[in-house]
Write a protein that binds this ligand. Structure first.
Ligand SMILES: Cc1cc2nc3c(=O)[nH]c(=O)nc-3n(C[C@H](O)[C@H](O)[C@H](O)COP(=O)(O)OP(=O)(O)OC[C@H]3O[C@@H](n4cnc5c(N)ncnc54)[C@H](O)[C@@H]3O)c2cc1C
Length: 447
């Protein structure tokens, strides 16, 4: 029941808003109505409830993210926007009176502005911000990654999202019979003010987050940056192993100022008692611009977010199997470092799938952990080139048998993080091998 409520929290919020907007409308309808009319009355409040819930999700409410998870939240945000768009489209078709009617009144003008903005918000999200719909379509993926500027698209998305809510609100205000319906206008105004208020409060709050200074920055491999922050004042914020933050540089730092999400590779340990470490792979403009960052540059860290290592996994005494594909090592390393700090003697198997020999680093650190916990083992497998003394290929059941991990299929807790294709295939390998699905945690590096 608790799981169901957590999974359904945003649809429930949308449904509650919808119901409480629809009731005051229906109360004013004197004659009995059929299902078709009921649907016609429902379309607008339903679309608006989806739009408001979408804006609420865009405010990244941390108290809910910890339970639902950001990828799922953004998926709901995307679906609600698409549903809102089609509902508004239906509304337009249903009440269509020709192009001449578009400029007939402020209500129709705001309605059309709302429609265009929802469309812009939806398309900017689909084509540039979310991989959900287009990652499997090569030309569109190319468009997203190589042609469209993410920062510009993000601004279009934000302005369109907030603008569409304001336009649809104003449309309601200019519709005479709705304006005359005081309970409806109160409920509508209340929800609009609460959701927009929360959004702008969050935006303002991100501007005043505690500041962190870069205390270390270096390249560990040709494509991987290690970045360490220390608070300018006071102590670091508490976080759990595997959590992630949005890093946003401030002031004079020579890098664009949008926030990018990164998992911590550190955990709160003696070494990182007042610093937070990230490992960042060069993927595009922003990550490549880390070359311009210097010790002393200032950033804010928004978070922590994430539920890769939830309490049920933290509290379990089972062996851990940490599976990282390339940079997907980071949240797993955070868990590993926290276990080593605790001097945990549980069996821990780290499987690190890499493409090239040049991706490999921190072997000395991993070796040193074997002395602290003799039940810790690490295994590296290469997929794009043959490397002496290391196996070649992908994570498979025969490979997991060969390294002895299949012995703990029934008892261990598994953590997978890496590129989509690696996570999907590793998850399938484990499930096929008999690992219970509820013992597998997956961390998605894309929304
Ligand atoms: C929860 C989470 C944890 C992550 N942890 C790490 C980590 O520990 N180490 C690491 O190297 N990478 C991590 N990433 C990926 C990292 O955020 C992106 O590689 C980085 O933001 C790319 O930015 P760019 O401008 O260099 O590249 P771009 O070419 O702009 O983007 C490459 C891809 O990264 C994604 N991306 C870009 N900007 C953002 C953004 N602001 N928000 C969300 N996704 C974005 C998009 O899917 C895009 O297609 C994580 C991502 C998520 C969602």
């Amino acid at each position: 029941m608790k799981r169901f409520l957590t999974n359904m929290i945003f649809p429930l919020i949308a449904f509650f808003m919808f119901a409480t907007l629809l009731i005051p409308i229906l109360v004013t309808v004197k004659t009995p109505i059929g299902p078709q009319q009921l649907f016609a009355y429902s379309v607008s409040p339903l679309a608006y409830s989806f739009m408001l819930t979408g804006v609420f999700i865009a405010s990244r409410p941390r108290f809910l993210e910890k339970h639902v998870g950001m990828p799922k939240m953004y998926a709901i945000h995307a679906l609600m926007t698409i549903l809102a768009f089609f509902l508004v489209l239906y509304h337009i078709i249903f009440y269509w009176q020709g192009f001449g009617a578009i400029f007939r009144s402020p209500a129709t003008i705001f309605g059309w502005i709302g429609m265009i903005l929802i469309f812009l918000g939806m398309m900017s999200g689909i084509l540039s911000l979310s991989g959900m719909f287009i990652n499997k379509i090569k030309p569109l993926k190319y468009l997203k990654e190589k042609v469209l500027n993410r920062e510009v698209m993000l601004w279009i998305h934000r302005i369109a999202g907030i603008g569409s809510v304001v336009a649809v609100y104003l449309q309601n205000v200019f519709i005479g019979f709705l304006r005359a319906n005081t309970p409806y206008m109160i409920v509508l105004g209340l929800y609009t003010a609460l959701i927009l208020g929360y959004y702008f409060y969050w935006k303002l709050e991100t501007q005043f987050l505690p500041k962190y200074k870069v205390s270390k920055i270096y390249k560990a491999t040709p494509l991987l940056w290690v970045l360490e922050f220390e608070p300018k004042r006071g102590n670091i914020v508490e976080y759990n192993p595997g959590d992630y933050f949005f890093i946003r540089f401030k002031g004079k730092a020579n890098i664009t100022k949008e926030a990018h999400p990164f998992s911590t590779s550190s955990a709160i340990t003696k070494k990182h008692s007042n610093t937070i470490e990230f490992m960042i792979k060069e993927a595009g403009d922003w990550t490549k611009s880390l070359a311009n960052i210097k010790v002393g540059d200032v950033a804010t860290l928004e978070g922590p977010y994430g539920d890769f290592f939830p309490p049920v996994a933290r509290e379990s005494e089972s062996p851990y199997v940490l599976m990282g594909g390339g940079i997907g090592l980071t949240p797993n390393l955070s868990i590993l470092r926290s276990e080593i700090e605790k001097k945990s003697q549980r069996r821990i198997e780290l499987i690190w799938a890499l493409s090239y020999e040049s991706d490999m680093f921190m072997i000395d650190e991993l070796e040193s952990y074997k002395k602290v916990n003799p039940n810790f083992n690490y295994h590296i497998i290469f997929s794009n080139e043959e490397v002496k003394n290391y196996p070649f290929g992908f994570i498979s059941n025969p490979y997991l048998e060969q390294i002895g991990v299949s012995e703990v299929y029934q008892d261990a807790t598994f953590f997978i993080c890496g590129p989509d294709i690696m996570m999907e295939s590793t998850y399938n390998v484990l499930v096929k091998g008999g690992v219970p699905a509820n013992k597998i945690y997956v961390d998605d590096f894309g929304f």
